[in-house]
Design a binder for this molecule. Structure first.
Ligand SMILES: Cc1ncc(COP(=O)(O)O)c(C=O)c1O
Length: 396
């Protein structure tokens, strides 16, 4: 997920335009900004790229998820069905709007299992939130059908999958709303940033307001704006948006390189006995930011991850990861917090501590991912592919 690898003159030029005027804020100062509206331009470019009618650029992917959930009307008493394998931010966003995350198993797509999601939907479910982990999509056909059948919203956490598609549609644009992260280690980066896309004008209006203290943004004088509802400050700065604009223009190039590099590593690994690959519902839409594969059992997966690391190849063994897989969310299970938590949040965390997910464990204990970089030369790619295959083969 390496947008920062190709930082260059294009990003600097966009940032310099902002620095020349000194207007670092996305709202107001109309005359002084000399026509530069980087956040607005990035929103327009995202709409064009994703086919969504509206985009709201915000300060992070976490802020995007929080804003989207609030704009979808999700709050106290509501449940959000989401997978056991995701970055903790998805879980935090649900908690932060006062709703209850209900975890459901992942399958061999490494994303939310449609069958598990169906079993988890109850009378209080307002949203199903698949997470397109490691660059590729959940089974959106089945999940979208489930949401339509139940009359609930599909919210795509596409924070790790910018540029991916499903049946030709941009990941993030299939559900009622979708969210992207542009943090420093994502496919494209603003340094820090994120976005919500939606084609529902009411959801878009509520995102616009919620991300800026409830401002209605209808007049030309920000000081005279009305505040139709509660909101917070999830604004992006013009400097960050400027970087994002240049990066978005490079996205197709990044995807092309990622896909080529991933294909080379995949074909080397395909020859290794016992290796199977993550199932990708629409392989043509894989953004290819990671290569994810399975070993036949936990022992061999642990061994392979160790051998890869010894060979200098990054191996994400998610089963042990304390940010991405529920098994090791120890800080959440122990309700560790710098401040006293509301009773509703304590109840969610207590139930997390008492649950186990054997079906997810059966998948995650065998899974390894390795990141795909942009900057490898032909020779480095070739060497990496043979080292990867040799390391994984060494566990027998
Ligand atoms: C799946 C997922 N959701 C949400 C986020 C949050 O994004 P950010 O770091 O921009 O807040 C991340 C970031 O890693 C992520 O991987």
């Amino acid at each position: 997920m390496p947008g920062y690898e190709m930082w260059g003159a294009e990003e600097r030029r966009e940032v310099e335009e902002v620095l020349e005027t000194g207007i670092l804020m996305r709202y107001g100062f109309d005359g002084a900004r000399k026509g530069h509206w980087k956040a607005r331009e990035l929103e327009a470019a995202l709409c064009q790229r994703t086919g969504a009618a509206h985009a709201q650029v915000v300060s992070s992917g976490t802020a995007a998820l929080t804003t989207a959930l609030a704009a979808l009307g999700v709050g106290a008493g509501d449940e959000v069905v989401m997978p056991t394998f995701t970055f903790v931010a998805s879980f935090e966003a649900v908690l932060s709007v006062g709703a209850t995350p209900v975890l459901a198993d992942v399958d061999d797509t490494l994303t939310l299992s449609p069958a598990a999601a169906r079993a988890a939907v109850g009378p209080r479910t307002r949203v199903v939130m698949p997470v397109h982990m490691c660059g590729a999509m959940a089974d959106l056909g089945a999940l979208d059908a489930l949401c339509r059948e139940k009359g609930i919203a599909l919210l795509e956490d596409a924070c790790q999958a910018t540029g991916g598609t499903w049946q030709g549609r941009a990941l993030g644009s299939v559900g009622k709303a979708g969210c992207y992260s542009f943090d420093f280690v994502k496919t494209i980066t603003c340094g820090e940033g994120g976005a919500v896309v939606t084609s529902d004008p009411d959801v878009a209006r509520r995102c616009d307001q919620y991300a800026d203290h409830g401002h209605d943004h209808l007049g030309v004088d920000r000081g005279a704006d009305l505040h139709p509802a509660l909101g917070y400050n999830f604004r992006i700065s013009e400097l960050h948006a400027a970087v994002g604009l240049a990066q978005l223009r490079k996205l197709d190039r990044f995807l092309e390189i990622q896909r080529r590099n991933k294909a080379a590593l995949r074909s080397a690994l395909a020859a290794v006995r016992g290796v199977t690959f993550r199932r990708i519902p629409d392989p043509a839409g894989d953004s290819a930011s990671f290569l994810s594969f399975f070993l036949p059992d936990e022992t061999r997966a642990r061994g392979a991850a160790k051998a890869m690391q010894a060979a200098g190849i990054p191996a994400m063994y998610w089963y042990d990861n304390n940010w991405h897989y529920v098994r090791r969310w120890d800080h959440l299970k122990s309700a560790a917090s710098p401040n006293p938590l509301p009773a509703s949040v304590r109840a969610v965390l207590a139930s997390l501590a008492s649950r186990s997910f054997p079906a997810s464990d059966a998948v995650m204990s065998r899974a390894i991912s390795t990141p795909i970089a942009l900057g490898w030369s032909e020779q480095q790619l070739h060497e990496r592919a043979s080292k990867l295959a040799a390391a994984v083969a060494s566990v027998g």
